[in-house]
Design a binder for this molecule. Structure first.
Ligand SMILES: Nc1ncnc2c1ncn2[C@@H]1O[C@H](COP(=O)(O)OP(=O)(O)O)[C@@H](O)[C@H]1O
Ligand SMILES: [Mg+2]
Length: 362
C-alpha cells in the first residue's frame, strides 16, 4: 500500500498543503518546528482517525481556526482509495473513503495501516501502564475488529460503573451487578485475546531485536492481567469494598500491563539507553511484520527523527530491511536531508526530498 497525494487544510501548523509522494522513500526535511512530524501525524490520522501524539481531536486544528481537513489517495495493487477526514469544533468527526461516510469510524481501523516510530515511543518504557495498553490495543484493533468492539463495550460499562461508584448516594446494587456481568464477560474476552496475541508477538519481537543487535542480549516481555489470576471472578467480586472506598473499579482488564525485560531484569531500570532504543524499534518492526502477515500487504512506515537516535550499526540493519523489500512505502523526517540521502545512497535508492519551512512546502 502507498500514498500518492496528500492535501491538508488547517491541520496543526499547515494552512494548506498539497504534495505528491513517491511510492518508495520520501524524506521530509526542514528545521526544528517546521512541521515534519506534523506531516507524518497527518498520515497517521488518516490511518487511525486520530493523532499519534494528541488525544484531543480539536488540538489538531490550526490555532485560531475551527476546522481542519486531511485528504490523501491510498493505493493497493488493484484499488485506489481517497480518504478524507475533517474535524470541526463541536461537531462529529467526518471520515470518508471514496466519498462514502462511515457510520462507525471504528470500521476504518485496520484498513489502511501505518506504523510510526517516533522519539516519544520512549514513553512506552518510561511511563505508566496506560501507554503500553494503548500500544497493544491499537495494534490488536488493527488486525481484529471484534477486539476493538469488545474494548469499546468494556470501556463503556467501566465508565458507567465508575460513575455509580463516584456518586455520593447509596449504591444501586442491581445496576452494579449488571455492570459486573458485562465487565467480566468482555474483560475475559479481551484478556484472552491479549494473551494469545502476546504469545504470537513475542518471537517476532525477539527475532527483530536479535537482528538489530546481533543477539547481544536476550529480551522478552510478560503480559500481566488481573483476569489471568486463578479464581479471578471471586477476586473481582472481593474487590467491591475497595472499589466503594476508592470510588472506582480497581480490578479488571483496564489495569493490565506489559513488563519488558532485558536478560531477565526490568528494562526500565536496567536497560541502557541504546538497549531501550533497540527494544522499542524491535517492538515496532514486529508490529509492522505482524500487520503485514495478517493483511498480506505492507503497511506504510513512518520514521520520525530516527537517524538522530540510532548508531551506525542499527541504521545499517534497518537499511538492509529496506533493501530486501521488507518495507513498502517509507516516510522519514530528517533535519539533515543530506544524511538521509547518504544513508540510502549505500543501497542505491534515491529518496524524494520534500523541504518544509513554517508549514509550507518549498
Ligand atoms: N494546532 C496547531 N496550530 C498551529 N501550530 C501548531 C499546532 N500544533 C502544533 N503546531 C506547531 O507545529 C510546530 C511543530 O511542528 P513539528 O511537526 O513537530 O516540527 P518538526 O519539523 O520539528 O517535526 C510547532 O511550531 C508547533 O507550535
Ligand atoms: Mg519532529
Amino acid at each position: 500500500m502507498y500514498i500518492s497525494k496528500l492535501s491538508l487544510f488547517q491541520f496543526k501548523n499547515y494552512e494548506t498543503l498539497d504534495v505528491v509522494f513517491e511510492p518508495k522513500i520520501n524524506c521530509i526535511a526542514g528545521e526544528n518546528g517546521a512541521g515534519k512530524t506534523n506531516l507524518l501525524d497527518a498520515l497517521h490520522y488518516l490511518s487511525m482517525s486520530k493523532s499519534y501524539f494528541l488525544n484531543t481531536d480539536s488540538q489538531n486544528i490550526l490555532h485560531n481556526q475551527n476546522m481542519m481537513m486531511i485528504k490523501a489517495n491510498f493505493h493497493n495493487t488493484e484499488e485506489n482509495f481517497e480518504i478524507y477526514c475533517a474535524i470541526q469544533t463541536g461537531q462529529k468527526k467526518i471520515l470518508k473513503v471514496n466519498d462514502v461516510l462511515y457510520s462507525k469510524i471504528t470500521e476504518h481501523i485496520g484498513r489502511f495501516p501505518v506504523v510510526m516510530i517516533a522519539p516519544s515511543d520512549q514513553d512506552l518504557i518510561a511511563e505508566g501502564s496506560e501507554d503500553r495498553r494503548r500500544f497493544l490495543d491499537s495494534l490488536i484493533s488493527q488486525i481484529d475488529s471484534q477486539y476493538l468492539q469488545n474494548l469499546i463495550h468494556y470501556n463503556h460499562y467501566l465508565a458507567q460503573r465508575n460513575a455509580i461508584l463516584k456518586q455520593n448516594t447509596t449504591i444501586d446494587n442491581t445496576l452494579i451487578e449488571m455492570y459486573d456481568k458485562y465487565l467480566l464477560n468482555f474483560g475475559e474476552k479481551i484478556t484472552q485475546k491479549r494473551q494469545l496475541f502476546m504469545e504470537e508477538f513475542l518471537p517476532i519481537f525477539q527475532k527483530n531485536y536479535d537482528f538489530l543487535t546481533q543477539k547481544k542480549e536476550k529480551c522478552h516481555f510478560e503480559y500481566k492481567a488481573d483476569f489471568l489470576l486463578k479464581d479471578f471472578k471471586n477476586k473481582y467480586y472481593q474487590a467491591f469494598q475497595k472499589d466503594v472506598m476508592l470510588k472506582r473499579t480497581t480490578f479488571g482488564t483496564h489495569k493490565d500491563d506489559i513488563v519488558f525485560f532485558i536478560d531477565n531484569y526490568p528494562l526500565k531500570k536496567y536497560g541502557s539507553q541504546g538497549q531501550q532504543k533497540s527494544f522499542l524499534i524491535a517492538l515496532k518492526l514486529a508490529q509492522y511484520e505482524i500487520i503485514y502477515q495478517k493483511k498480506q500487504f505492507k503497511p506504510i512506515l513512518l520514521l520520525d527523527d530516527i537517524f538522530d537516535k540510532l548508531d551506525d550499526f542499527r541504521i545499517q540493519q534497518l537499511i538492509k530491511l529496506v533493501n530486501n523489500e521488507t518495507f513498502g512505502q517509507i516516510f522519514v523526517t530528517d533535519a539533515r536531508p543530506e544524511r538521509t540521502s547518504q544513508i540510502f545512497a549505500t543501497i542505491e535508492i534515491k529518496p524524494a526530498i520534500f523541504t518544509i519551512q513554517n508549514g509550507k512546502l518549498i
